[in-house]
Design a protein around this ligand. Structure first.
Ligand SMILES: Cc1ncc(COP(=O)(O)O)c(C=O)c1O
Length: 411
């Protein structure tokens, strides 16, 4: 077996201008990557280049700038299709992010396919954006939400999944990787269960997208949503991939310019895919930035990234686990480099404040997974989430920061 050359993290960090900045007089230790990721210069340059020398709206112009912008936007779509293993660029819909992608499916597919008594199956570890859009769809159609529970280890209970996915199930919507626990869900197994009943599966790829290659055809899912900003790209742009046959059959999500074929006061006909779902002026610069982000990350090696992140995760679990009073939430066997923990007797926000004074950025709170927090029996956790530009020093800084918080608050 060939092993990839190790990631040259010092060199990689030079691609990210933010690491030149001191935070509260200290080097930045950025461990909030599950929330959002930092941007390499290539992404900043792509957006800047577009606005400085190539800017025009797309699809509307007969002039050169508009034609160039349209071509660049189309290239971004094709690049993303390749990145996701999608067969057809028309299956790539640009949206604002994961949240909008899931809302699009829940609203449009939901309106067309759900009715009273139908069941939508989600899991207990969903992000709010994998819960609330389906609650809205259920309220509008009379469908019912069913929730696959998790085990104490923070893994999906597959036996319960097998009994919940049944003849009334109309769709399964599942988080690929948990943003709070790092659990990598057995999506192949869940997709197999859903296929037995002939129902589509939506995967929330917000967290999975930055840790390894995704191939939607190999996965066998039907919808896949992710956000550009969690993949080292800009905010305000994301992707919904859907199978063409499903997208074709769905009504538009929003109406407006660009998504129509003809409009009269009596009747409107819609543009073909993907434009039917891209009403109004889209985030052109965002799409180009996302294209640059994908080029950047694929210019590294996923194998090297995975090896680096695995080593950091194991160091972090080891160092934090050695601190008396640190309690990890969940211990999934397959996990992304994301850890949630609490410290006995100290509120997560207080730990976060001490860490911030050390220049360490983590997230303290409910991480948009209140039902999961309720299942874990905690109101909030401290979450440290790693990326390929983190170092062993970052992990050591986190562990000493947590020790310091304990000294400060326990005396
Ligand atoms: C698993 C998961 N799903 C959905 C989202 C929502 O992403 P966005 O806010 O970019 O739409 C997040 C963001 O934290 C997430 O972690």
């Amino acid at each position: 077996m060939r092993t990839a050359a190790p990631l040259d993290v010092i060199r990689v960090r030079r691609d990210f201008p933010i690491f030149d900045r001191a935070i509260r007089g200290k080097p930045l230790v950025y461990l909030d990557n599950a929330n959002s990721t930092q941007k390499p210069r290539a992404v900043l340059d792509a957006e800047r280049r577009f606005y400085e020398t190539g800017y025009a709206n797309i699809h509307r112009g007969v002039y050169l700038l508009s034609q160039e912008a349209t071509e660049a936007y189309d290239r971004a779509r094709a690049r993303i299709a390749g990145f996701l293993g999608a067969k057809n660029p028309a299956e790539i819909v640009f949206v604002r992010g994961t949240t909008e992608g899931i809302n699009l499916v829940a609203s449009s597919w939901g309106r067309a396919n759900l009715g009273p008594g139908d069941e939508v199956v989600i899991s207990e570890m969903e992000h709010h954006s994998g819960i609330v859009p389906w609650q809205l769809a259920c309220a509008a159609t009379g469908a019912v939400l069913k929730v696959i529970p998790i085990t104490d280890a923070g893994e999906l209970d597959l036996d319960r999944a097998a009994s919940l996915i049944g003849p009334r199930t109309k769709i399964v919507s599942l988080i690929h990787v948990s943003n709070a626990l790092g659990t990598i869900n057995p999506v192949a197994e869940v997709i197999a269960l859903a296929k037995r009943h002939g129902v589509p599966v939506l995967l929330d790829g917000a967290q999975a997208i930055s840790h390894g290659p995704i191939d939607v055809e190999a996965l066998g899912c039907d919808f896949y949503a992710f956000s550009g900003h969690k993949l080292f790209g800009p905010t305000g742009v994301g992707v919904l991939w859907g199978r063409a046959a499903l997208l074709e059959a769905m009504p538009p999500y929003q109406g407006g310019g660009n998504m129509i074929h003809t409009v009269t006061f009596e009747k409107t006909t819609y543009a073909p895919l993907p434009f039917k779902f891209e009403a109004g002026t889209v985030n052109i610069a965002g799409a180009l930035g996302l294209h640059a982000a994908i080029d950047y990350v694929e210019g590294l090696s996923w194998d090297a990234i995975a090896a680096h992140e695995r080593a950091l995760l194991s160091r972090a679990l080891d160092r934090l686990g050695a601190i008396p009073g640190v309690v990890f939430q969940g211990s999934p066997a397959h996990r992304a480099p994301v850890m949630s923990f609490t410290v006995d007797g100290i509120h997560p926000h207080d730990v976060g404040t001490v860490l911030d004074a050390e220049g360490i950025a983590i997230r303290a709170g409910h991480h948009c997974v209140q039902p999961l927090m309720a299942r874990l029996g905690v109101p909030a956790t401290i979450r440290a989430s790693l990326s390929f530009y983190n170092t062993a020093d970052d992990v050591e800084a986190l562990a000493s920061g947590v020790r310091k918080a304990i000294e400060v608050f326990r005396g």
